[in-house]
Design a protein around this ligand. Sequence first.
Ligand code: ATP
Ligand code: MG
Length: 286
Amino acid sequence: MNEEDFKVLVAIEHGMARHEYVPLEYIAKVTNFTDDKLDMILRKLHRLGLIQRNKGPYIGYVLTTFGYDSLALRALVKRGVLERISADPIGVGKEADIYEGVTPSGEVVAVKFHRIGRVSFRNPRRVRTYVGDRRHISWLYMSRLSAQREYEALVLVHQHGVKAPRPIAHNRHVVVTEKIEGVPLFEVPPLEDPEDVMYQVIENVKLAYTRAGVVHGDLSEFNVLVTVENGREVPVIIDWPQWVPSIHPSAESLLRRDIENIVRFFRRKYNLRVDVEEIIKQVTQG
Ligand SMILES: Nc1ncnc2c1ncn2[C@@H]1O[C@H](COP(=O)(O)OP(=O)(O)OP(=O)(O)O)[C@@H](O)[C@H]1O
Ligand SMILES: [Mg+2]
């Protein structure tokens, strides 16, 4: 892949803001390449699986997921954030694929590709809050907004000492963070001190709410990784794209749901019994 190939990819990316399939004439105009040259590059990009061709009435192209991934990765490599990423994902969710990456200085990082609208809208209502009034809702925009939102939350909570992956960079639909060496809470072979872990999670929820002004909004045993630091089990909260600000009209009900999910998990699995109302009071006051 050379600069000219990327120039065509970027032209298609920009054109996708206004076209379902970006017309050939648009790409030609933006890139200023001769017809022959453009034809050659488009064939190459198509062969590599980076773009898809319109089967409809006019010649036009869109990026594939792989094409969009390539643009984000190239930008992150150029900025000196990434040197390489793993061939296989270390985590696959409904709305993201997570790979392990390595930075030029050798740090091992997590590289999260947001994939909203990939299969089906699991929760259309949630998608709409990302998109606002934009007419052109597409997987590309939704995935980019989701990544931007997650990065924003990570910066906010991290500044206020919440245990979450340290944000490193983002570009388009990709967020790069510190890699957590941990096991998801729901999978941990019995915790040694479940009560300690539960109260740490709640303390983090409180810090996020009262200091950072952030409600996670999708907190559960699936979005907490448990690490061990100096012999102590320490929970780290991941997966923040659906956060809302503490002043959001839905903040309190989402905060309640987050806390209830955590309390329910510890009650079911560890038979810990706590008063949810007490915890909510504790989290919201001070
Ligand atoms: N910073 C990280 N360090 C290490 N592993 C991570 C990190 N972020 C995510 N993972 C791994 O990837 C999995 C999915 O991550 P995450 O929850 O952020 O994505 P998701 O697509 O929202 O998942 P789902 O939709 O299934 O909740 C996690 O359970 C974890 O195993
Ligand atoms: Mg998740």
